[in-house]
Design a protein around this ligand. Structure first.
Ligand code: ADP
Ligand code: MG
Length: 683
């Protein structure tokens, strides 16, 4: 088909294509382009073209560069004739979507080069927007001759070596006369869930031009149509070819976990399962059957998988529905194994380690692209798993940058980046199920949890449930675990087969998250309120009189209770949260508080989770600092240690403890030791 014929046939299509109700789809779209907010792109459904002129539709797939240019010429013709009759110059892009076949990034091959293709994937990094010289005008400095060179965004600058007229080499780009358009590149990668375990995701770099820039953010799931190009990339003189996708149209795909195909038969099975009296237990038992015991942990994980309901308040604030869960414990208690199993079960999940290899780590980063040298915004795991799950092992090994960004990610469910001219807020509505090991090898029961974890202490409060798993010899348990591990090793079916097949359970979870939005019943509200008030009241009697008071529970745990109760109802596919659901949630939260939010003297105190230090300790530290300050002038070099200990003892801090706290304080540089045996307060 030659160019003239293509233009004529596109023009005919645009003029005449009508939908079932007889309305002229593309004439109307063109009118809208001019009247409503002026836009520079006409989007054309490929299936429309195919039904009107299959030959032309085929030509577009095989010869896209010419065909798209012809379509754009045709648009100019149609714009100028009745019924539109636009006189002034108005450039409109032709953009095509809904192509007959969708490819994955890993399927892109040489047969697709220079073809019009449709690819699905996730955007992992996006560059800054830069000007690209589409029509370069070069000027000869000797004779003034002007030379026009049209440029391709995926190729190096084409520049005349000599002046066409006089042959001089003194040729320069005339910026004033050249035409620039916006240019942005991004990286498209296969969606994590489209990869089989352990496969490395493939990626392709893509180019957005003109009105298309800023239409994708890292973490977006998109369907793209475009032309696949190869460019030669010289590396150490060896010719390396690289694929680049020249984007023609980009469509945002939904991030909900709904694309799991749930057939009517599946739905029937799901509903049937939900009717079982023991559905909750059956689900919990189905999680990682190869791992013995850990019922509570599995229940906690199940609740995180189902999740609470996100609420939108009238003023626009969002209350998150995601419940994050943290497993901390001695080495060898199957934390990593459990996360791996759950990664297979959770719909749309990414399994990763805190010391993840990519530059963006868990959150996101602005990094320099090695190739172009420009800044790119790269999405980390929590952004890529937006709307799904991130199983993060070795959570305590995360990078410093992640440490500072992850608070926001877990609470507000966004990640903000502002660096090198790139500012963006990325969505990270991700449920985190994480595991961490103790800083000093094994856990010490007599020390508080935050002291033994290499994690920012306030981070703990972002987790609705924290499970502390200690590896303590216990004859009965040990023999059960041993027996179970042996059975698993021998491949005994009953030891490894989940009661609910993973396929079905995965669909069950996706189905529940999408369709069930439980609301708290009056009784459930009563139950939670009663528990909360009882906990808050209980401590007052036993609390200390002055200083910071220990708090056994805060509104944060209250919110956790609500989310967990909702998740429990969801597990039963129930639209109502009952008293029983609330009780199940209370039991887990209470357990957590009693295990890890207990201070040195056995008082419940969630300050340990909120700020990493118990109220009692905060008070003691404050007192000790005051003592040092008061005694500073007593000794030659500051407050003498024995006097500090003496005063501390009077105020109820025994010698051993006071010594320990002094050491901690000097480690934190709140006090210092100008000479052995003397302390001064810093600042
Ligand atoms: P962690 O990450 O907590 O250090 P791992 O997940 O690496 O521990 O587990 C160590 C090994 O011990 C794994 O092979 C795991 O299957 C086994 N194991 C530990 N506890 C159990 C258990 N309760 N049931 C089955 N296997 C277990
Ligand atoms: Mg481990």
């Amino acid at each position: 088909m030659d160019r003239e014929e293509m233009i004529e046939r596109f023009a005919a299509f645009l003029r005449n294509y009508a939908d079932d109700s007889g309305s002229e789809v593309y004439i109307n779209k063109l009118k809208d382009l001019l009247t409503v907010i002026p836009k520079r792109s006409l989007t054309i459904d490929w299936t429309h073209l195919n039904s009107y002129d299959p030959e032309l539709a085929e030509e577009l797939l095989n010869n896209p560069e010419e065909a798209i240019a012809a379509a754009e010429d045709a648009i100019q013709i149609v714009l100028r004739e009745p019924p539109i009759e636009k006189r002034e110059e108005f450039k409109v892009h032709a953009r095509f979507y809904n192509l007959p076949k969708t490819l994955l990034v890993k399927e892109l091959g040489s047969e697709h080069i220079n073809r019009f293709i449709q690819v699905e994937g996730i955007v992992t990094r996006v560059s800054e927007v830069k000007p690209f010289v589409q029509r370069a005008v070069f000027i000869c400095k000797d004779c003034g001759n002007e030379m026009i060179r049209l440029q391709k965004p995926y190729e190096n600058l084409i520049k005349p070596a000599r002046c066409d007229a006089c042959g001089s080499r003194n040729v320069d780009l005339d910026v004033e006369k050249s035409r620039f358009i916006n240019f942005q590149s991004f990286r498209l990668q296969d969606r994590p869930e489209s990869l089989k375990g352990g496969q490395m995701p493939r990626f392709v770099d893509a180019i957005l031009l003109d009105d298309m820039v800023d239409s994708a953010l890292p973490g977006d799931r998109v369907l793209i149509s475009g032309i696949l190009r190869v460019i030669l990339e010289q590396k150490d003189k060896r010719p390396i070819f690289k694929k680049v996708l020249e984007v023609n149209h980009i469509e945002q795909l939904s991030k909900e976990i709904e694309e799991l195909d749930i057939s009517p038969e599946d739905e029937q099975k799901i509903r049937e399962l939900a009717r079982r009296k023991d559905v909750i237990e059956t689900i919990v038992d189905s999680i990682a059957p190869a791992i013995w015991g850990m019922k509570d942990v599995k229940m906690g994980i199940a609740l995180a998988l189902f999740g609470g309901v996100q609420r939108l308040l009238p003023d626009g604030t969002k209350l998150r529905g995601e419940s994050h869960v943290l497993l901390v414990g001695d080495p060898g208690v199957a934390k990593s194994q459990l996360l791996r199993y759950v990664a297979n079960l959770a719909p749309r999940a990414i399994y990763t380690s805190g010391k993840s290899s990519s530059a963006a780590g868990l959150t996101a980063a602005a990094v320099r692209d090695e190739l172009t040298g420009s800044w790119v915004l790269e999405a980390g795991v929590l952004v890529l798993a937006d709307g799904g799950f991130a199983m993060i092992d070795e959570f305590d090994k995360m990078s410093d940058r992640d440490r500072s960004a992850i608070h926001e990610a877990l609470e507000q469910q966004t990640i903000s980046i502002s660096k090198a001219g790139i500012t963006a807020t990325l969505n990270a509505r991700t449920t985190v199920i994480a595991a961490a090991n103790p800083k000093y090898g094994r856990f010490n029961r007599h020390k508080s949890l935050p002291e033994q974890l290499d994690l920012p202490p306030t981070l703990l409060s972002r987790f609705d449930l924290i499970f502390l798993l200690l590896d303590e010899p216990d004859e009965k348990l040990d023999s059960s675990i041993a027996e179970h591990i042996l059975k698993v090793r021998r491949g005994e079916a009953e030891a490894v087969t989940p009661k609910i097949p993973y396929d079905l359970l995965k669909k069950y979870i996706a189905y529940a998250r999408k369709n069930i939005h439980p609301v708290l019943s009056r009784e459930a509200m009563e139950e939670i309120k009663r528990y909360y008030v009882r906990m808050r009241k209980g401590f007052r009697r036993s609390g200390e009189e002055e200083g910071v008071q220990p708090i056994p529970i805060t509104a944060r745990q209250l919110e956790a209770l609500i989310r967990l109760s909702e998740a429990h109802a969801r597990m039963r596919l129930s639209e109502t949260v009952t008293r029983e659901d609330a009780r199940a949630a209370i039991r887990l939260v209470e357990d957590m508080i009693r295990k890890i939010a207990v201070d040195e003297e056995g008082t419940l105190d969630v300050s340990i989770l909120e700020v990493g230090t118990s109220s009692r300790k905060i008070n003691k530290i404050d007192r000790l600092v005051s003592i040092v300050k008061a005694l500073e002038d007593e000794g030659e070099y500051g407050a003498p240690v024995d006097r500090i200990l003496e005063e501390a003892a009077k105020q109820g801090i025994n010698k051993a403890e006071a010594r320990r706290l002094l050491e901690e304080l000097s480690a934190q540089s709140r006090i210092y030791e100008p000479r052995a045996g003397f302390y001064r307060v810093l600042g």
